[in-house]
Design a protein. Structure first.
Length: 489
């Protein structure tokens, strides 16, 4: 169904928000920070409302002569991106890590990155896919290094650029092969043609492998993950939270486009084995390396790598069951991972520490400290896959998709279960610090004695409560979510 520009209204609103934020960000001050926040949050919410009222989620609609295709999967991802943007803007506004004169620029880059992610999951054209990935990548490079006089951030940004450049080059090499064989940039027509390509089938598989390199880089899959820990640790925490969810979801969305929406049965067997092996390696490397981390953000970086491996299990089966399992897990991961990073931001605002060791006996300090410890434990238990939280249900459906596919995938399910056990150790270690380890560090100041803004004291607990409720509700009342996905997918 061709609707032209009408279906692109949410992105037009957000683009308008970028220009308005840029206009009001001419002077660097706290007042300008407030104006930039007001404009950006208003336009982000307006984009989300436009998406809810304009888009028909049950149909596939195209725009710009078929270059963009807004199918049900792409529209669900759009919801995720806009909700994420609203939460991240709230998160960033009250973070002490983002200075007043850099707040507007960070938000502009986040909004531009959100548009890039929408284009990634909606692109029906090979060139548009590449341009969208580059929009997301370039904005990410800038956000990583946007910390003046921070050598670690500069180093991480350079590593990010180098890894991204190599991944993009390999991906473009694969795209050139695909275009050379199919003689079209339209992804649907290209894959239909390649499905009947008999001259050199192994060349088609090789081209797909090169193409997947760029997508695996976006989701930080092994062996394309080395940039992730340094970037997560060095970027400001709201930016890290954004990276851990948005680009990862966009990478999975574009993988759905090439592997599920427009399937190519001729390469499924070879790619299934490849993706399964990379999934197993990603889970294992992420979890084992996270065990040794002393920095909470770096630990969650490796945790994020492991979770990418879990979600890749749903890609291996090449069917609707796997897609639904991955999408449910993405929304669960959004709530529990973002909630964990909000807690980390509050601790950094108050104490200025990222060391896991400094989280000792937080639960016993009373008041807001106990609230943070309990709610942090909820998110960590969910990330570990403990019932009755959303993370457990998400992993259950991912494993079920593998088992349902057949005995050829049991090995990957077993590796996933074993990795979940390993992951429990480093999450439980943080929880042990929060509740069981007792000692006083004289270098730390009590949170209640710090001069942190009253707005932050109000907004952050509200955000945490909402995210915790989603984490718990999705773990108990998950059937309506799957019924919704069954209706639209």
């Amino acid at each position: 169904m061709q609707l032209g520009i009408q279906n692109f209204i949410p992105e037009i609103i957000l683009t308008t928000g970028i220009f308005l934020t840029l206009l009001f960000n001419a002077r660097a001050s706290w007042v300008t920070r407030g104006i930039s926040f007001t404009v950006s949050i208003t336009m982000a919410i307006a984009s989300l409302l436009a998406l809810a009222f304009v888009v028909d989620f049950s149909q596939t609609q195209t725009a710009f002569m078929g270059i963009l295709s807004f199918d049900p999967i792409a529209n669900v991802f759009r919801i995720l991106f806009y909700v994420l943007l609203v939460f991240i803007i709230l998160h960033a506004f009250h973070s002490s890590e983002i200075r007043d004169y850099l707040f507007g620029e960070n938000i502009i880059l986040m909004m531009a990155s959100t548009i890039g992610m929408v284009l990634m999951v909606s692109a029906n054209d090979l060139l548009m896919t590449y341009l969208a990935i580059e929009i997301v990548s370039l904005t990410a490079y800038l956000m990583t290094g946007f910390r003046p006089r921070d050598k670690n951030a500069s180093e991480a940004a350079i590593k990010y650029v180098l890894f991204g450049g190599v991944a993009s080059a390999v991906m473009l090499f694969g795209m050139s092969y695909l275009y050379g064989m199919a003689r079209t940039l339209d992804i649907r027509e290209m894959i239909l043609y390649l499905g009947q390509y008999q001259e050199n089938p192994s060349l088609v598989t090789l081209a797909y492998i090169f193409l997947l390199v760029g997508f695996f880089y976006k989701i930080a899959a092994v062996p394309f993950h080395a940039w992730s820990p340094d970037v997560y640790q060095s970027a400001s925490t709201p930016v890290t939270a954004f990276f851990s969810i948005g680009p990862k979801a966009a990478g999975l969305g574009v993988l759905f486009r090439f592997l599920y929406t427009y399937p190519n049965p001729g390469v499924e067997s070879e790619l299934g084995v490849l993706i399964g092996v990379i999934s197993a390696l990603t889970m294992t490397v992420g979890n084992l390396t996270a065990l040794r981390q002393e920095n909470i953000k770096r630990m969650l970086a490796y945790s994020s790598i492991a979770h990418a491996g879990y979600m890749m299990m749903g890609l291996v089966v090449f069917n609707a069951t796997g897609v639904k399992a991955v999408m449910f897990y993405l929304f669960a991961y959004f709530a529990m991972n973002l909630g964990a990073f909000v807690v980390i931001t509050i601790i950094i605002n108050a104490w200025g520490t990222e060391r896991i060791e400094d989280y000792r006996e937080l639960a016993w300090k009373g008041g807001v400290h106990t609230f943070l410890a309990v709610i942090f434990a909820v998110f960590l238990f969910s990330l570990a896959g403990i019932p009755p939280f959303a993370g457990f249900i998400g992993k259950w459906y991912l494993f079920a998709a593998l088992v349902e596919k057949g005995s050829g995938y049991y090995w990957l399910a077993v590796i996933g279960v074993l990795n979940s056990v390993v992951g429990l150790f480093y999450y439980a270690r943080v929880i042990k610090k929060l509740f069981l380890d007792r000692y006083e560090n004289p270098m730390l100041m009590d949170m209640k004695n710090k001069d942190w803004k009253l707005e932050a004291a109000f907004v952050y607990p509200v955000m945490l409560t909402v995210l915790a409720v989603v984490t718990v509700v999705f773990g108990i009342f998950f059937s309506p979510v799957f019924e919704f996905m069954n209706r639209i997918l």
